[in-house]
Structure formats: structure tokens, C-alpha cells
Design a binder for this molecule. Structure first.
Ligand SMILES: NC(=O)c1ccc[n+]([C@@H]2O[C@H](COP(=O)([O-])OP(=O)(O)OC[C@H]3O[C@@H](n4cnc5c(N)ncnc54)[C@H](O)[C@@H]3O)[C@@H](O)[C@H]2O)c1
Length: 269
């Protein structure tokens, strides 16, 4: 994987990436690892994660950790964060990427589907955020006499919204509700975690070439491409490059509580 930051930008750091088995999460995990991070790969299927680990480890300086977990399960998330802390002793970054879609218009939308989509995107983001704070950053803050953690250590969370949080999207009442809420959660977390000197931002991608987009087919992709000002959908590596930049305090150390519109110009912030 080509470097987008200086070599070793995340050397000595640990970053958790959820949804790391495929698509954008996979690209983010590979990119963070290429820059020297120890990446904890979180997703549902342990075998898939092991294959991703082997693939990334072929080129990256530090082999990733395989941490299977369902992001909607409170206990599994707690265990995943404990496992990462047991292995590395620190967590510098969290990238909440895991997601699903269950698209259908409101009249056809089942309550189960609505809840499932909210659970993965919104509840999963909340659970990982809370767990890293409870197990790691908040205890450090307390040990520091409840004083802000001005220790120069990089701490940063990137959450995943979507262009459709702002634009709306037919068939996605659940998905857009979750993404809008994630943007609000990002702003609140940025305020609360200022004491940990942890930055919290979100990115709101336009269409990206991943398995999630397969359902819309060739015509759908062509229509999406026309809806951008750059005339194409994005590649997962472009989202990964943006996440790497945000996670690097040398580039975005003064930026927190923001939503980055990585949407090819589908709307202008
Ligand atoms: N692809 C796009 O066009 C696009 C656009 C805007 C935003 N996004 C967002 O980017 C993120 C990644 O999307 P993608 O396109 O790579 O999707 P994807 O479907 O390719 O990958 C999602 C990953 O999340 C994992 N996952 C699902 N439920 C999980 C759970 N309960 N616990 C743990 N892992 C779980 C899946 O197994 C999968 O590996 C999502 O949050 C999505 O909403 C995607």
C-alpha cells in the first residue's frame, strides 16, 4: 500500500478499526498498518479477519491483531477492548466503520430491520467509544487528578456518517437516522473527550466502490457518478487516506467535532 503520510507516522500506536473484513474498513486497516500502527481488526467472522491480518502483515511493519466482535453486543465490545489493551497496553485511535443496509421504503420497512441498522451503526459506535473511554482514557484522566491529559499522546476517533445523512435517501430511513445521529454523537463526544485531549471527528462519504454498493448495480453506479462533480464514485483507499490524515495530529491536531464531507461535491458544506 502506498504511503500517504510520512513513513512510521503511527509507529508505537494502536488503532481499532471496526468493519475491517472488507470494503472501507479493510482499506483503512491496511493504510494505518502501512504507516506503522498496530491495528486491531474487528468484524464478525474470525476466519475472514485472520485472512485480512495475513494479507496486511505481508507488507506492514506490525502484524494486526484479530479481534472478532459483534459491535452491537455490549459484552463482546467490552471484551474486544480488553483484549486490545491486554496485547498492546494502549489505544490511540478508534475508527467506527462497521455498517449494514436494509433498504426499503418506510411503508415496507420492518421494525426489526430499522432496529438492526440503528444497532450496527449508532449503537456500535457508542459502545466502542464508551468502552475505550471507560477502560482506558477515563482511568488515565482520573489518575491525572481529573486534569486534562496534556501528555502529547495521540488520541483520536473517526466515526462514519454518509452523504445521505444530509441529503436523505429513499429506502434509507434507518440508515440516514443512524448517520445523522452519528454526526450528533461525534460533536457531543468531541466535547466530552476534550478532557482526554482526544479528537473526535466523522467522515461523510459519497458513493464508494465496496460490497455495500453492489446492490445498486451498474446503472446505479453511473447515476451516482453523475451526481458528483468529479464524475465518478470513490475507491475505499481514498477514504482510508482521509482517515489516516485525520488520525495524524501533525495534520489535524487542531480539528475536532467536525464532519468531513468526502463526497465528490455531492453537496457543499
Ligand atoms: N460504500 C459506500 O458507498 C458508503 C458511502 C457512505 C458511507 N459508507 C459507510 O462506510 C462504512 C463502511 O461501508 P462499506 O461500504 O465498506 O461496507 P461493507 O458492507 O463493504 O463493509 C461493512 C463491514 O462491516 C461489518 N459489520 C456489519 N455488521 C457488523 C457487526 N454487527 N459487528 C461487526 N462488524 C460488522 C461487515 O461484516 C463488513 O465487513 C459504513 O459505515 C457505511 O455506512 C459507505
Amino acid at each position: 500500500m502506498d504511503l500517504v503520510l510520512r513513513e512510521g507516522a503511527f509507529e508505537g500506536e494502536t488503532h481499532i478499526v471496526t468493519g475491517a473484513s472488507q470494503g472501507i474498513g479493510n482499506a483503512i486497516a491496511a493504510a494505518l498498518a502501512a504507516h506503522g500502527a498496530c491495528v486491531a481488526l474487528v468484524d464478525l467472522d474470525a476466519d475472514k479477519l485472520a485472512a485480512v491480518r495475513d494479507e496486511i502483515a505481508r507488507e506492514a511493519p506490525v502484524a494486526p491483531l484479530v479481534v472478532p466482535a459483534n459491535v452491537t453486543d455490549e459484552q463482546q465490545v467490552a471484551d474486544a477492548v480488553s483484549a486490545v489493551l491486554d496485547s498492546t497496553g494502549c489505544i490511540n485511535g478508534v475508527v467506527n466503520v462497521a455498517g449494514i443496509t436494509r433498504d426499503s421504503r418506510i411503508t415496507k420497512k420492518t421494525y426489526d430491520d430499522f432496529k438492526a441498522v440503528l444497532a450496527v451503526h449508532l449503537h456500535g459506535t457508542f459502545l466502542f467509544t464508551r468502552e475505550v473511554a471507560n477502560q482506558h482514557w477515563h482511568p488515565m484522566f482520573k489518575e491525572n487528578g481529573n486534569a486534562p491529559l496534556d501528555d502529547g499522546v495521540n488520541r483520536s476517533i473517526v466515526n462514519f456518517s454518509s452523504v445521505s445523512a444530509r441529503n436523505g435517501n429513499i429506502g434509507q430511513v434507518d440508515y440516514t437516522a443512524a448517520k445523522g445521529a452519528i454526526e450528533a454523537v461525534t460533536r457531543t463526544t468531541a466535547r466530552e473527550f476534550s478532557s482526554y485531549r482526544a479528537r473526535v471527528n466523522a467522515i461523510a462519504p459519497g458513493p464508494v466502490n465496496t460490497p455495500m454498493l453492489e446492490a445498486i448495480g451498474e446503472e446505479g453506479v453511473a447515476a451516482m457518478s453523475r451526481a458528483t462533480l468529479v464524475g465518478r464514485i470513490a475507491e475505499p483507499e481514498e477514504m482510508a487516506a482521509t482517515v489516516c490524515a485525520i488520525q495524524d495530529p501533525r495534520l489535524f491536531g487542531f480539528t475536532t467535532g467536525q464532519v468531513f464531507p468526502c463526497n465528490g461535491g455531492m453537496y457543499m458544506a
